[in-house]
Design a protein around this ligand. Sequence first.
Ligand code: ATP
Length: 298
Amino acid sequence: MNVIDIKNLTKSYGKSRGIEDVTFSIEKGEIFGFIGPNGAGKSTTIRLLLSLIYPDNGHATIENMDCFKDSKNIKKILGYVPSEVNYYDDMKVIDLFDYSSRFYKKDCSDRSLVLSKRLGLDITKKINALSYGNKKKVAIIQALLHCPKVLIFDEPTSGLDPLIQNEFFEILKEEKKRGITILFSSHVLNEVQKVCDRVAIIKEGKILTIEQIESLRKNQFRQVEISFKKTNTHTSYENMAVKILCENENTISFLHAGNIHDLLSALEKDNNLENVSITEPSLEDVFLHYYVEGSEDK
Ligand SMILES: Nc1ncnc2c1ncn2[C@@H]1O[C@H](COP(=O)(O)OP(=O)(O)OP(=O)(O)O)[C@@H](O)[C@H]1O
């Protein structure tokens, strides 16, 4: 069953491109990664889902509720961490959690205590005394405290140290086990690999591909490193590379995605070959293939 359904969403900001024709669905209990370089359109897509902005075209539903007509009811079942967090600075963290709980008409004090302990957050502090990373923890706990059915995180881990990031990923896995559906936007590829089931890659406002994390990593790409006895022009290998990772006079390293037999037969014919290794590439390198020439500032 699809919990989040996005069809042909398009949004421009005046003359500037936001997103174009974005379509994807997220199933119940899935952790879905949303990956793209700066300015790709991740936050625009998420802000549309939250009805913070309105589309030029297309539609989106969460739990079969229209994101633009029924956002009030959607908010009751949703937890959201924005990419930038802003709070009433003079409030104590514990009071903010209490205030949020009242909005959901629930006593969430036990859950907020447990989560604060796990993420190492001192809830007796005033928000204006917190570092950027600790403010991010406040946002994460606030999103989780009312046990929502759907979680939307826009770059949630920026500012968190590695130990806390791992604890956060553990929390996400536990939520998934409870059947919670999670949309997780990030440009840190490594973290997506750790927790997500599937990933959509967005570039310049358009979805490039939607893949299972495992199939992305295992089935399609291999990393090939070849060293040569003498200086080599590498031409035949350059032609079969989907992306060259590194190249100098005596070595070449590249991402290969074609027929393995073509590669092996080229290697066999190469009298200049000194050594070769074929390994599984990092997800980072796989994504870089999609990212090529992708970075664009806001
Ligand atoms: N308020 C705005 N006014 C004008 N253009 C905007 C606005 N917000 C976003 N854009 C443009 O829309 C495009 C998508 O931006 P968006 O913030 O959605 O990207 P992103 O993938 O979330 O990037 P980042 O990882 O840097 O947060 C960019 O070209 C950006 O310049």
